[in-house]
Structure formats: structure tokens, C-alpha cells
Design a protein around this ligand. Structure first.
Ligand SMILES: Nc1nc2c(ncn2[C@@H]2O[C@H](COP(=O)(O)OP(=O)(O)OP(=O)(O)O)[C@@H](O)[C@H]2O)c(=O)[nH]1
Ligand SMILES: [Mg+2]
Length: 454
């Protein structure tokens, strides 16, 4: 499979770089050749391939590595960044009223993804209407109706009708004015056939959809390029959704698809369930493509932005041993405050993404700011041993920080809860998760593990 091949050959390129004894122009030239071969084999457009390798060459010879970073890490980072740039082809689908038309071959996941998108937009507060324009497969309308029922959105369809464009015209008439988002599910075929192309052209003419989304199974390798091109020529593909990213496929075919359409990847499907849809994230995608094996290198690269290694170690020690004072908590909060960095790291870790969605970064950020101000009004002795903080001290601290005594008590309460959990954290995974949630959702513990890996 081509995308497996792509991931593998890209991993080989990085592996070669990693094991080289020194990095010179010769090696970079060789690596770029390998990189070109890997991308060309994955059917990536020649122009794009040359763009990538020229940039890698140019940056590797002109940009000095940042202080403290070796040439290997530097070049790894450049290659990684240029691959991210290659797939980072624009923003996701806008959160505004619009009509979205799904296209793609048989079984790629159009109907399922239509349901997922319906849920996505409903959750964002939009009214959604679905139009079933698959007149080819008899059960298609039922499948869509079931999905509509699950999500709680209206579905327009005409069982037995064979004129897809007619259905769409009538569906639009019904939904226009009362649905903000209209999504049209269309038929697939085993192969690109003229009648399919004609049909989706006619539908596009009638619907004038804002987005024409190509749904592509991430298992599709070599054929992804020509498939995408044919759909693009017919309706002008504006976005790609990659499905079945939960499987073994790593989605290399997508690179060919976007290079043929100039469209951006907007979402990925990560399972059969209606919730299994993730906004596309170029960093995450490339780290997936490169495989978990290279994760430590990537994290290494980003973790350099968390400068206070020692503080991190102290904190981990505190967490493991249960000796945990307010200074530790303060440090922890500071680390959490570096949200940009932490978010970036999390985005690179396959599997962390679902967790990331559950974190209310803004709320924890606000809370942290208040806590920070309060701690700045405490003496060192108080931070070392918060148990000495009684009513009088609480009043003084509150006055110093310009907050109410209640806020100070909140902080102490949180501290006490955290401390109580500390003892169990080293041993118990569920506890660790709970703690993480309480502290604003960041698993510093596992970060530390990652940082510690070679
Ligand atoms: N594991 C996994 N399965 C998926 C995903 N998306 C779709 N599927 C499954 O893929 C199969 C085909 O999905 P459909 O949505 O019916 O595909 P389609 O493109 O509408 O197919 P036709 O209407 O026949 O052209 C179904 O069994 C889905 O459950 C995904 O992201 N992950
Ligand atoms: Mg379908």
C-alpha cells in the first residue's frame, strides 16, 4: 500500500539521519534524494516534491541550528516542518451557514461522514438538514435517515426517485431559510464512471454548494491521486475528508489527493461511531504518518521549549513521592500556563487528540491566573508548608493579592485535594487521570516520561 510505503520510507529517511555519524552537505543531498523518491512513489506532484526538498536543502545549509541543538535534530525538525507545510493547505471548513456536498467512490465513508458532520455542526449550534441524493444504492436513504435520527436532524429524501439532481433541488427548497447547514450525500460507484461524474456535476449545478468535499478512505493508496483529480475536474473539490484513520493506514494517499486538487484536508474520520470525527491537524497527521517510533525525536524537539527541565523533574519527584508543597503546585501551574507548547506537544501524540478535545484550556487558564496572583502574595514558608495558613494569614494574603479570602481558600482546597491524591498517583492510572483533569488537564507525568526518552 502506497501510504504505508510513504510512512515507511519517510521513517527510513529520518532513521538514516539519526544514525549518521555527522551531518554534511553530502548526507543532506542523499536524504533529499530519498525524500524525493518517497514522495514521488506516493504520487505526490513533482513540483511539490521539488519544493519540499529544495526548501529542506536550503534551510539545512542556511539556517544555523538553534543554540544547544545538534545538527541532526535541526535537520529532523526542518524535514518535519516542511512535511507539515506540505499537507497544511488551508483552514478547516468555516463555521458559517453553508451547503456542503459530499463526493467519493463506493464505500469510502460519505454517508457515515455526512452523519458525523451533522453532529459536528449541531453541537456548534447550527440547524442542520441532510439531503439523501444517493439514488444508486437502495438502502442508502435508510442509512442516512438512521443517522439523522441518531443526531436529531431532519433528512430529506425520496425513496424510489432516480433523478438525484431533482431530489436535491426539492430538498434545498425545503431546507433553505430554515436550516443553516445543508449537507448533501451522493452516490458512489466501484470505479469512476461517466454516469457518476455526470450525476454529481448536475447536483453541483443545482446546489451550488459552498464546499465540495471528497471523502477518501485512508487505505486508498496509488489511486487516491487520479480519483481526486477526476472528482476535482467534475465539481472542483474544495476539501478532503480522510476516513478510517483508526485503522492501520496512515493516510499517505491524502498527500497525493491534495496535491491533485489543491484542496485542504478538513477532517479525519477515526472510527465507525458518529462521534469519530476530528478536525484535521497537520502536525498530528505527519507524526502519525511518521509513526510512533519517531515520537521521541519530535517531542524532544518541542520539549526544548519547556526550558525548566529541573523544575519538571522536581515536580515529577513530588508527584511520585507525595511530598508536594505549594511551590510544586505553583511550578506545575506555570508549566500548564505554557499552553501553546503543551498543546503543540499533545497535538503530536497520536491518541492524545481525543483527550485534548475534552480540556477547557481557557477556563483552566483563567483559574491559574488567579491562583498565581495569590501565591505571589505568600511567603516562602507558607508555600513550603501551607498547613500554617490559617484565617489571619488568609486575610493578609487575600488583601495582598487583591482577591477575597474565599479565593485563597479555594486555592488551599485545591492544594489539599491534590496533595491527598499524590500518594496514589505513582501507582494508579485512574488516579493519575483524575489528577490531570483537576490540574487543568495536562498529564505532566506522562510528559516527563516522554521527555526522558532518548
Ligand atoms: N473504522 C472506520 N470505519 C468507517 C469510517 N468511516 C466510515 N466507515 C465505515 O465504512 C463503511 C462504508 O461507509 P459509508 O458511509 O456507507 O460509505 P459511502 O461512501 O457512503 O458508501 P456508498 O454509499 O456505498 O458509496 C461503513 O461500514 C462505515 O461504518 C471511519 O472513519 N472508520
Ligand atoms: Mg453512502
Amino acid at each position: 500500500m502506497v501510504m504505508e510505503g510513504l510512512g515507511k520510507s519517510l521513517r527510513n529517511v529520518l532513521g538514516r539521519l539519526g544514525s549518521a555519524s555527522n551531518v554534511d552537505d553530502e548526507l543532506i543531498k542523499d536524504l533529499c534524494k530519498d525524500l524525493q523518491r518517497a514522495l514521488l512513489e506516493a504520487d505526490v506532484n513533482v513540483r511539490l516534491v521539488l519544493d519540499v526538498t529544495n526548501k529542506v536543502k536550503e534551510r539545512a545549509s542556511n539556517e544555523p541550528p538553534p543554540a544547544g541543538k545538534g545538527m541532526k535534530d535541526h535537520v529532523t525538525q526542518i524535514i518535519y516542518q516542511e512535511l507539515v507545510a506540505l499537507v497544511n493547505n488551508g483552514d478547516g471548513i468555516a463555521l458559517k451557514p453553508q451547503t456542503i456536498m459530499m463526493v467519493g467512490l463506493y464505500g469510502q465513508g460519505k454517508t457515515t461522514t455526512t452523519g458525523k458532520l451533522a453532529l459536528y455542526y449541531s453541537k456548534k449550534g447550527f440547524s442542520v438538514g441532510l439531503i439523501g441524493a444517493d439514488v444508486y444504492r437502495p438502502a442508502a436513504l435508510d442509512q442516512l435517515r438512521q443517522l439523522g435520527e441518531k443526531v436529531g436532524v431532519e433528512v430529506y429524501g425520496e425513496a424510489g426517485e432516480s433523478d438525484a439532481a431533482g431530489i436535491v433541488a426539492r430538498g434545498l427548497e425545503k431546507f433553505r431559510g430554515n436550516k443553516k447547514i445543508i449537507i448533501i450525500d451522493t452516490s458512489g460507484r466501484h470505479a469512476l464512471e461517466d454516469d457518476l461524474i455526470d450525476e454529481i456535476k448536475r447536483i453541483a449545478d443545482v446546489a451550488k454548494p459552498d464546499e465540495r468535499v471528497l471523502v477518501l478512505d485512508s487505505q486508498v493508496g496509488q489511486q487516491a491521486g487520479p480519483q481526486a483529480e477526476a472528482f476535482h475536474n467534475a465539481v472542483g473539490v474544495t476539501g478532503v475528508i480522510l476516513t478510517k484513520m483508526d485503522g492501520t493506514a496512515k493516510g499517505g494517499g491524502a498527500i497525493s489527493a491534495i496535491s491533485k486538487t489543491d484542496a485542504r484536508i478538513v477532517f479525519i474520520g477515526t472510527g465507525e461511531h458518529i462521534r469519530d470525527l476530528e478536525a484535521f491537524d497537520a502536525n498530528r497527521f505527519i507524526s502519525r504518518l511518521l509513526g510512533m517510533g519517531d515520537l521521541s525525536a519530535l517531542v524532544q524537539m518541542v520539549s526544548e521549549e519547556i526550558d525548566d527541565q529541573k523544575g519538571m523533574e522536581e515536580l515529577s519527584r513530588a508527584m511520585m513521592t507525595g511530598r508536594f508543597n505549594l511551590n510544586d503546585m505553583y511550578y506545575q501551574m506555570q508549566a500548564v500556563g505554557k499552553m501553546g507548547t503543551l498543546q503543540k506537544i499533545m497535538s503530536m501524540i497520536p491518541g492524545m487528540s481525543s483527550m485534548e478535545d475534552k480540556i477547557d484550556y481557557e477556563a483552566s487558564q483563567r483559574k491559574l491566573q488567579v491562583f498565581r496572583v495569590i501565591m505571589d502574595s505568600m511567603t516562602n514558608a507558607e508555600k513550603e508548608d501551607p498547613s500554617i495558613i490559617k484565617a489571619k494569614r488568609i486575610e493578609r494574603i487575600a488583601a495582598g493579592a487583591g482577591v477575597t479570602p474565599h479565593d485563597v481558600r479555594e486555592l488551599l482546597k485545591q492544594y489539599n485535594q491534590s496533595k491527598k491524591m499524590m500518594g496514589s498517583i505513582g501507582k494508579n492510572r485512574a488516579m493519575r487521570k483524575q489528577f490531570m483533569k483537576q490540574m487543568g488537564g495536562v498529564d505532566l507525568d506522562s510528559l516527563k516520561d516522554l521527555q526522558g526518552s532518548p
